[in-house]
Ligand binder design. Sequence first.
Ligand SMILES: [Zn+2]
Length: 581
Amino acid sequence: MDFAQQLKSQIDIVDVVSEKVRLKRVGASPRYMGLCPFHTEKTGSFSVHQGLQIYKCFGCGVGGDLFKFVMETENITFYESVQMLAERYGIPMPKRSDLADRDSRLREAVYRMHEIAMAHFRSLLHAPQGAESREYLASRGVSMEIAEHFGLGLSDRANGLAQKLQREGFSPDQLDDSGLIMRRQDGSGYFDRFRGRLMFTIHNESGKVAGFAGRAMAKGEEPKYMNSPETCIYKKSHLLYNFHRAKDQARKNGRFVLVEGYMDVIGLASAGIHESVASCGTSLTSGQVKLMKRIADQVTVNFDPDAAGARGAEKSLQALLEEHARVRVLELDRDLDPDEYIREFGVEVYAQLLDRAPNYYFWLADQARKRYDHRTAEGRIQALQFLLPAIQRIADKIERASVAGDLAAYLGVERGLLLEQFKKAALDKREQRLQQPVAPLKSVERILLNAALLHPELREELMPHLAVATLRQFASYPIFQAMVALYAVLPGFAYSDLDARLDEASRDLLSRLVFADDPHDAPSLEDVRRDVMSCLQTLEKGEREARMAELRQRIREAEREGNLQLAMDLTMELDRLRRAN
Ligand SMILES: [Zn+2]
């Protein structure tokens, strides 16, 4: 057993979750319920199963084991979650395995290479070949002092970094994994990934250099922006540009300002607005939103007014709303991006606009106003229909009703009309759901799966019976199939082993089955065995009856065709089955 498994067997997930969530036991069962820490809710749909040591939220769909819970709530890696739990529960960590040693040595080396790279890029910006970049920065109002503060630099065209890193004696493995340089196809050494680009340094949350973005300086050079690839220290879906510097101010102001580009962040910071961040060459991910939400609830989005900016804004808004951030949208007039706007009108004007930025829903209502003629009844209904999907995404009923009321007033629409549209949309949604029925959970499949998962000692009796064809009638048939196959190679399998072999739909079904209400909570092993046996009998009886019905049908057909010999053979078979009953 590895150390993580050992930890898992010694620490109860209920204790760990209880530190973050007030849990209530469901009757005498091994299940607990509480309010989900991953989404906002008023009634608990977050469940923890003590027997299986897993959690699952039936509201937002998250789920996993002890480590996953700690990783997600603390925003740390698997290894860190093992360390944290071992420390908290006073369980001594074994001497680090060679593997962990190799991993941490690699990370350390890659961090060191990034420090060397940043120093290299910085010095080139000040060198004669940096003249053009310095001019560009000056034209964007970035002083050398600010450039220094943000770790701006220039990558050279002569593979200087590759040579430098090799001279420092990093191993080929470490060089390959750095993301900074690349191996030549013919194997004759390395070349620089970034060449002749203005370099932006990307830090992780604790301020360590984790990656770079390079802006093309030569005209027509593609791509305009290039980012570090994913490495052991650069996970772009969990990093935000400037986050480590922005978080103090964001905590004070209760908000982040989300902008599109690195230059926007630098422009805002040099004007004294420090809580701005940008995603690093990707559209915003839920990981990045969670990062911000740990510090501040509100995010004000200020993207470029062009088409690419609008598309980026739309995608980012989706991620923000899904994670229940309070979103405001600032749209600048005259087609200016934040950096340009401040240089033209001054930071005071911009700061005021920022404070007055409308709530997302009012911004959306403004879009609807621009698009539809609200002087006509038809235009007002179109505007409402444009807004409905966003309103329906608000999970909280009271908040949803209040936003809807505010919007109706804002658009000058009667509340009654709005409610009508709401009902219609809800009905459509229900019809859609009815078209794809969710198979109800049968008690037989629930009892058999729970017995096999919770009582490994019953597996030997149970498994040989699970190949029966009648299981095919259940929605959970793929789960049984996977479980029988898994049992053949790993008789002592755990929930996670089975979970890992399932597709998304079966995984969801499995969690619904193990958390489903059980008529007798906390049954004894004997109760479980009795239930299992009676389920198996029911299944076998069902199968026998199906077989008998089929035989009767074939006998009738044989008689009709005058094939008496066949009819007699089949009748004898039917008799044998009947006697066995
Ligand atoms: Zn949830």
